[in-house]
Design a protein around this ligand. Structure first.
Ligand code: SF4
Length: 277
């Protein structure tokens, strides 16, 4: 199936083939493809640059259930997007390659990042997040409609703990474990500069704690519990990192007022203040 891209008028298959010109596609036809959990571990450990991690993440096929789901969604589509091509591949991290602030989310949305190819882009959660990053001076614009919209981040990187859209927004424990080496590799390559991690929701909080443990750091005993506005000091081989909790900008939270724009702005104001010390 080939449909015109809404921004640049190209023709793409769903899922998108590497090298076909999708804006921001980090992969080429030579990018290695992980087909099993063991291959994720091997490729992630061998990656030598954040660009390589992004490219290999975007081609990964190690979780059969998630591959089947993301590609099925990319073909069936939501009615309101039926005239658009879908990315249908994993969503790599996005933003600065040497950030002071790392934002960690759960997983791409089926009709958000799985459609646009960029994490938190193309849905209301992304509008909420990038709107706050823009008001905080960490993004050049509040618009985040697709991968060709010109969005750029300053001093911040956004990554998901699981890189493929899961059915029901619920990856299994095995899928979380399989995907973890990609976040490990990202941390190994960009973590030295990170002073603050912002965890969007309880799962991201747990993923951040697990990441620091795997990286040889310490989270303390007992492990800090997630809360909106909670700050926990983690110890890493590169020095202390502050973990800052924020309610996830899901519609469930934003429509009910549990998370307001001002609340998220306060989180990033705190993150900036900590990272400037
Ligand atoms: S969830 Fe992660 S490990 Fe699993 S297929 Fe997607 S990118 Fe690969």
């Amino acid at each position: 199936m080939k449909l015109p891209h809404p921004r640049i008028g190209g023709l793409f298959d769903s899922p998108v083939r590497p090298g076909s010109g999708w804006p921001g596609d980090p992969a080429s036809r030579r990018t290695a493809v992980a087909e099993t959990p063991a291959e994720v571990t091997t490729l992630a450990a061998a990656a030598r640059s954040i660009e390589q991690v992004d490219a290999e993440v975007s081609m990964c096929r190690a979780c059969p259930r998630l591959v089947q789901w993301r590609e099925e969604v990319a073909v069936v589509k939501r009615k309101s997007y039926c005239d658009q091509p879908y990315w249908g591949r994993p969503a790599p991290g996005f933003g600065s390659a040497s950030p002071r602030v790392l934002v960690v989310g759960l997983a791409p949305a089926a009709h958000g990042a799985n459609r646009t190819g960029r994490v938190f882009t193309g849905d209301r959660s992304g509008d909420f997040l990038f709107g706050s990053l823009h008001r905080s001076g960490l993004a050049n614009q509040q618009t985040c409609t697709d991968s060709a919209d010109g969005l750029a981040l300053n001093d911040v990187r956004v990554a998901a703990a699981v890189r493929c859209a899961p059915p029901g927004n619920a990856p299994t424990p095995a899928e979380r474990s399989t995907c973890a080496p990609w976040l490990d590799a990202e941390w190994r390559l960009i973590g030295a500069e990170v002073r603050v991690m912002v965890a969007l929701g309880g799962f991201a909080w747990q993923a951040a704690l697990a990441l620091i443990r795997r990286a040889g750091g310490s989270v303390g005993t007992p492990a800090p519990k997630f809360g909106h506005g909670t700050v926990a000091t983690l110890t890493t081989p590169n020095g202390p990192v502050q973990l800052l909790g924020c309610y996830h900008p899901s519609q469930q939270n934003t429509f009910t007022g549990r998370l307001t724009p001002a609340m998220m702005d306060d989180i990033f104001a705190t993150a900036l203040a900590i990272s400037a010390r």
